[in-house]
Design a protein around this ligand. Structure first.
Ligand SMILES: Cc1ncc(COP(=O)(O)O)c(C=O)c1O
Length: 378
């Protein structure tokens, strides 16, 4: 792919093959588990043999995502399968792993309930504090550092390049959960991370109808280690998911543009409402994440967080709204609102809501938000 192409071109053209007269613009999914072997040894000349290790539709999708990340991509059935690959394949018994204390809660559960069973020591640090920890030598003896920036759901950011420098000096592997940012919004590999990992269930595919995840790297040894993990553990996406993921990401640039514009307007309405406090959006001037997000990130996305008075206020808000659908996850074309405390994993107040701005018209979304916030006041 041409390095100078813009985000729209890259979203559409990533992973494309040279055009063939009479062929579809993008190959259709190849539905196969085993492939004919013929009379040659398996994999002769790169021929496909069994789809758990690789298959043609997945190769195209991985080429596309890897193009956007600037590395070699391995796709997984879900974001958690990708994160499990990172923490399980990159740490051994006796190693210490550093995780975000304020990131996606299932990653902490994975570490606490599974990783520690294998003798891996897990420490936690909040995203705003990881830079200071790294600068003060706090990564000495750490094998793997996982960052999540912006963190979900509180949208704090940390300096990937600074942490990666310190981590590399300490001999640690640095992985960044880039789910909220997307590969168009932030390029962790260029900032010095070894691995960028994401839930592609979110904005990358963006239609709330798919589960996918991936890891990309430009380190051949890490790629081989992760590929071996996936081959053995079997979290490989099938052809329909891979094809639909590839098709969906073609519109990533367009969706992010509308979601970002909606988020900018939504953050202002939230901030002006007496029903709300603590609005967070890293691209809003005055946000604690603003300066670093401006420096480190390439473009905004549609995730905004804020606090309503309590659970009852959120219930009134959702009942009054026609466009803010109660749903978890984020990054989809529908606008959604998720009261995070109901899941029990995040240290947030009962009225804390993660708003995911979809691609509806800004004026409709803002009008609906204003009316529903008035209802939230009771
Ligand atoms: C930041 C982050 N990472 C990883 C995941 C896990 O992704 P999945 O649900 O696709 O397994 C999520 C899901 O919400 C997430 O928000």
């Amino acid at each position: 792919m041409t390095a100078t192409w813009g985000d729209g071109t890259r979203s559409v053209r990533a992973g494309d093959h040279p055009a063939v007269p009479g062929a579809p613009l993008r190959p259709s999914p190849v539905f196969a588990a085993p492939f004919h072997l013929g009379d040659q040894p398996p994999r002769t000349g790169g021929a496909d043999a069994y789809a758990r290790t690789e298959h043609p539709t997945l190769r195209d999708f991985e080429a596309a995502v890897g193009d956007l990340d600037g590395g070699q991509c391995l796709s997984f059935a879900t974001g958690m399968a990708a994160l499990a690959a990172v923490v399980m394949a990159c740490a051994d018994a006796g190693d210490r792993v550093l995780l975000p204390a304020d990131g996606y809660y299932a990653t902490r559960l994975l570490a606490a309930e599974e990783l520690t069973r294998f003798g891996v020591e897990v420490s936690y640090v909040a995203t705003p504090d990881v830079g200071e920890l790294a600068a003060g030598g706090g990564l000495d003896g750490v094998r793997l550092v996982l960052l999540e920036t912006p963190s979900n759901p509180q949208l704090d950011v940390c300096d990937i390049a600074a942490v990666a420098r310190a981590a590399r000096a300490a001999g640690a592997v640095v992985a960044v959960d880039n789910t909220t940012a997307t590969p168009l919004g932030q390029r962790p590999l260029e900032l010095g991370a070894h691995l960028t990992v994401a839930s592609d269930t979110k904005a990358l595919t963006g239609h709330s109808d798919l589960l996918l995840g991936h890891v990309s790297t430009s380190d051949d040894a890490l790629f081989a280690r992760l590929k071996s993990w996936r081959d053995r553990s079997g979290g490989t996406p099938g052809p329909f998911e891979a094809w639909l993921g590839h098709r969906s990401m073609s519109t990533l640039d367009l969706r992010l543009a509308r979601q970002g514009a909606n988020a900018a307007a939504v953050a202002e309405v939230l901030a002006a409402s007496p029903a709300v406090r603590g609005v967070r959006w890293p691209w809003r001037a005055g946000d604690p994440s603003f300066a670093l997000a401006q420096r480190q990130m390439l473009r905004p996305n549609g995730v905004v967080s804020a606090e309503l008075a309590d659970e009852a206020a959120v219930t009134r808000f959702l009942a009054a709204s026609r466009l803010w659908t109660a749903a978890t996850s984020f990054g989809g074309v529908h606008s959604t609102a998720d009261r995070r405390a109901q899941w029990g994993g995040d240290a947030v107040p009962p009225g804390f809501v993660r708003f995911s701005c979809g691609i509806e018209d800004t004026e409709d979304l803002v009008a609906d938000l204003s009316a529903a916030l008035s209802a939230a006041l009771g």
